[in-house]
Design a protein. Structure first.
Length: 146
């Protein structure tokens, strides 16, 4: 008589149970890491936007006699491109470059997160979940290191 080789049904079920347990444990960890990465990416984009606004002010310092306001929802592409911002422009929010060099971000959003920043109020970039119109769900304030 031939000896059959292979796995029994119980062995296969045990392997499937172990794999399901591993997936159950790792899925929330991976999901939170991905969310944190998206948030950090947005934060870095906002720091880039702030730096770009500072460079714009430095380049145009003698020409600026009033505040420069850029509304990402309604302004034309030329107005936004004038900043020479590399990366994806935010979907909404207002960037203000004042005549005295203050940079202000008001609810600048990519659709998932929004940022607020006012250089005169102490170089703190606030990142929150939502689009800026909703209640604040999760806040992350970060001191800017220069």
């Amino acid at each position: 008589m031939k000896k059959q080789s292979g796995f029994t049904l119980m062995e296969l079920l045990a392997v499937i149970a172990v794999l399901a347990l591993i997936a159950l444990i790792t899925t929330p960890i991976v999901t939170s890491l991905m969310a944190e990465s998206r948030k950090n990416s947005f934060k870095n984009s906002m720091y880039g936007l702030i730096k770009t606004a500072e460079n714009y002010y430095a380049d145009k310092q003698l020409e600026i006699d009033s505040d420069k306001i850029i509304n990402f929802e309604t302004d034309s592409e030329e107005s936004i491109e004038e900043l020479k911002f590399s990366g994806i422009a935010p979907e909404s929010g207002i960037l203000t470059i004042t005549a005295d060099g203050n940079i202000i971000l008001e609810n600048v959003s990519d659709g998932r997160y929004f940022a607020n920043y006012n250089k005169d109020n102490g170089d703190t970039l606030e990142i929150n979940e939502g689009n800026g119109d909703d209640e604040v769900e999760n806040s992350d304030s970060t001191e800017e290191n220069e």
